[in-house]
Design a protein around this ligand. Structure first.
Ligand code: ARG
Ligand code: ZN
Ligand code: CA
Length: 253
């Protein structure tokens, strides 16, 4: 009634050891984190600095509902992201459940790059990939939910961040690692690159000779889970456009 779009979520958990087979309780925690962060009911929202409060999103009006959890045991100890091995039963994975209608989240023991090296916590596809067989998120099992998750990424915000990408949000510094590129949101200050750990506010950084106070507490930065707690109003507008009736992810509605 308030215009909230509810996204159906399918978890595809592929594990080797039983410790990697994240529990239903942890998946429920993850869904609750998404609903809090996108609904602006997260308990740390009062930490937004006064200067950024006018540009805070408030309720993004996108919610999440778990509709299925698929589980599979497999011997692989790591999964190549460039080959999308976790998304095909022929390479040991689990095929997506209709990615036009559902947000698929694959949970794996380790995400490997093209050189078979681990590194990333998670990755996602932009709406330009809507409905393709590999559309969705891949997340390391250590970063799902809260209980038993791996500090400092143990508040479920890796998924919050990756869903931001899925809903068309680039990093604050833009899509190039040169930084200082647009993220198409005028209310997030231009940034030269990621921030890490738990920065102290205010933090000024320079792009094109102009120093700006950084919105490092935005979910689309790289800070620790406990240091990120907001989206901006312009980011909300971008995400709503994706799930709108004429948007690229309208099939989720
Ligand atoms: N490095 C990953 C990415 O760019 C995820 C970063 C998640 N950050 C966090 N605090 N959980 O997609
Ligand atoms: Zn990212
Ligand atoms: Ca911006």
């Amino acid at each position: 009634a308030d215009g909230t779009v509810e996204i159906p979520v399918v978890f595809n958990v592929i594990y080797n050891t039983t410790a990697q087979n994240v529990s239903d309780a942890r998946i429920a925690e993850q869904i609750a984190v998404l609903n809090a962060d996108y609904g602006a009911t997260n308990s740390d929202i009062n930490k937004i600095p006064a200067a950024f409060q006018p540009s805070a999103a408030g309720n993004v009006k996108i919610s999440f509902k778990l509709v299925a959890t698929n589980r599979k045991q497999y011997t692989k100890t790591g999964w190549r992201s460039d080959l999308e091995e976790m998304k095909k039963s022929t390479t040991g994975g689990i095929n997506a459940t209709d990615p036009t209608k559902n947000l698929n989240i694959w949970v794996v023991n380790s995400i490997l790059d093209e050189n078979s090296q681990p590194g990333t916590l998670g990755y996602a596809y932009y709406p330009e990939s809507a409905g393709l067989w590999y559309d969705g998120l891949v997340i390391g099992y250590q970063y799902i939910g809260k209980t038993g998750a791996s500090a400092p990424f143990n508040l479920g915000r890796t998924v919050t961040h990756e869903v931001g990408h899925y809903l068309n949000l680039p990093h604050l510094w833009g899509s190039s690692n040169t930084g200082c590129q647009t993220d198409y949101s005028n209310d997030t200050p231009t940034s030269p690159g990621p921030n890490y750990g738990t920065p102290t506010y205010p933090l000024n950084r320079v792009c094109g000779g102009v120093s700006r106070s950084q919105m490092f507490m935005n979910y689309m930065d790289y800070v620790d889970d406990k240091a990120m707690f907001m989206f901006s109003a312009n980011q909300k507008t971008r995400m709503q456009a994706v799930v709108a009736a004429a948007g690229p992810r309208a099939g989720l509605r």
